[in-house]
Design a protein around this ligand. Structure first.
Ligand code: CMC
Length: 392
């Protein structure tokens, strides 16, 4: 243009500076606040990671205790919020419901949220993290016609979520620690990922000073797409469609055909051109869960492993450095846990909420904050004069 850099898809433009998450895509490195994702996944639980992302440091024992108490104070949602669900069709996609309900939080907490006040911003973050498990679980309960289950303050974050989502009021929910840990790990691995599409959306929306819950709702909308968070659901749908290992070559050929829009879901990443470190950890969790549930002979799982093997040997995928990403495996884990496919992306949203709100807070407190306002490369007709309607 002579004035602007044209960079479709922002492949080489840094939209902001950040101290939260670091990715080295060539070497498969992911750090939250300097800590390797492998160590966080091994040694911490999700709420410790939330504290880290929000505050910059891991909590000590006393700080963690206080954080857990603060979160637990906010786990309930306003009873009126529960009525929003009944405005949706029962067969609505949970992501559609989630966009609406999280956006509606802005109607409950608008006046009390001064985005220039650090304390208000922190309270907004706490409310979001605390309420999301309840809000996501209600999406599922509503779609199945089951009653909503209230959170229990004494339970851990992942267990509380699983109980609200999978439990029913007629029976006691009996948690399996290995499966709860698997959910917790999914939450940790998806908690933040620097300036991905949905986080950039939250930052852009927030740069005008808009209500944080409304900004997060915008992030949820962006996450829904199959190229982003919707991939975990798309992987399972694709595996169902492939159906049998004998059909894999046909689908791999379709994925390679440039005249066919089909892509292998769960493969490739904009930044990781070596291996997605989250995928390595998720793969391990996947095996643990399948061992625990004795599902190694599950047809879909075997199909996924065969697809992984064939794609990893195919020169097309090797040359383009297309590896299975985290969502190739997270979908298989969630399915093994009995979670319906259409809830997968909503669980990604639950996990990513802390990343969105931490990035939003960092942006708002940046003294150099400017409203996000990209320019464009204009390719329309040059200036011309309006003719009277009779002569057009
Ligand atoms: N199947 C077949 N070919 C692919 C795939 C795929 N999944 N992904 C990329 N390619 C090819 C693409 O056609 C292109 O080929 P060529 O150079 O011959 O034109 C080359 O690889 C580079 O692809 P790109 O579209 O330029 O890469 P991108 O960085 O714009 O896209 C991506 C990244 C993740 C959107 C893409 O790999 C994709 O659509 N993958 C499938 C969806 C998916 O699994 N998304 C989840 C990402 S991880 C979760 C998250 O962070 O949201």
């Amino acid at each position: 243009t002579g004035y602007f850099t044209y960079d479709p898809g922002f492949t080489s433009t840094a939209s902001c500076s950040s101290k939260i998450t670091f990715i080295d895509g060539d070497n498969g490195v992911l750090l939250y606040r300097g800590y390797p994702i492998e160590q966080l996944a091994e040694k911490c639980d999700f709420l410790e990671v939330c504290y880290l992302l929000l505050n910059g440091e891991l909590p000590n024992g006393a700080e963690m205790k206080e954080f857990v108490t603060t979160i637990s104070k906010h786990v309930m949602v306003h009873e009126q919020l529960t009525r929003f669900y009944s405005g949706f069709r029962r067969d609505a996609h949970p992501m559609a419901v989630l966009v609406g309900v999280v956006g509606a939080l802005s109607a409950f907490y608008h006046d009390g949220t001064d985005v220039t006040c650090r304390e208000d911003r922190y309270t907004a973050a706490i409310r979001l993290i605390a309420k999301m498990p309840n809000i996501v679980a209600m999406c599922h309960k509503y779609s199945t016609g089951m009653p909503f289950i209230y959170p229990k303050r004494k339970l851990g974050y992942a267990e509380n979520f699983m109980r609200m989502m999978m439990g029913d009021p007629c029976d006691e929910y009996i948690p399996n620690p290995i499966l709860i840990r698997a959910i917790d790990r999914i939450l940790i691995l998806h908690a933040d990922h620097e300036q991905n599409a949905s986080t950039s959306t939250v930052r852009l929306a927030g740069s005008s000073g808009a209500n944080p819950y409304a900004c997060v709702a915008a992030g949820i909308a962006c996450l829904w797409g199959a190229a982003h968070g919707g991939a975990n659901e798309a992987v399972l749908n694709m595996l169902e469609e492939i159906g049998d290992a004998s059909n894999i070559p046909e689908y791999v050929a379709k994925a390679k055909d440039k005249n066919d829009p089909f892509r292998l879901m769960g493969f490739g990443h904009r930044v990781y051109k070596n291996y997605d470190p989250r995928a390595k950890l998720m793969r391990q969790t996947c095996h643990e869960v399948l061992d625990e549930l004795n599902l190694h002979n599950d047809r879909t799982f075997k199909l996924a492993m065969e697809l992984e093997r064939i794609a990893l040997e195919d020169p097309y995928f090797v040359e383009r450095k297309l590896y299975p990403n985290v969502d190739f495996y997270s979908g298989i884990v969630l399915r093994a846990l009995g979670i319906p496919t259409e809830m997968f992306t909503a669980i990604f949203a639950l996990a990513r909420s802390v990343g969105w709100i931490a990035q939003w807070d960092e942006m708002i407190s940046d003294p150099e904050l400017k409203i996000g306002r990209p320019r464009q490369l204009y390719r329309g007709v040059p200036q011309r004069d309006v003719q009277p309607i009779s002569s057009r």
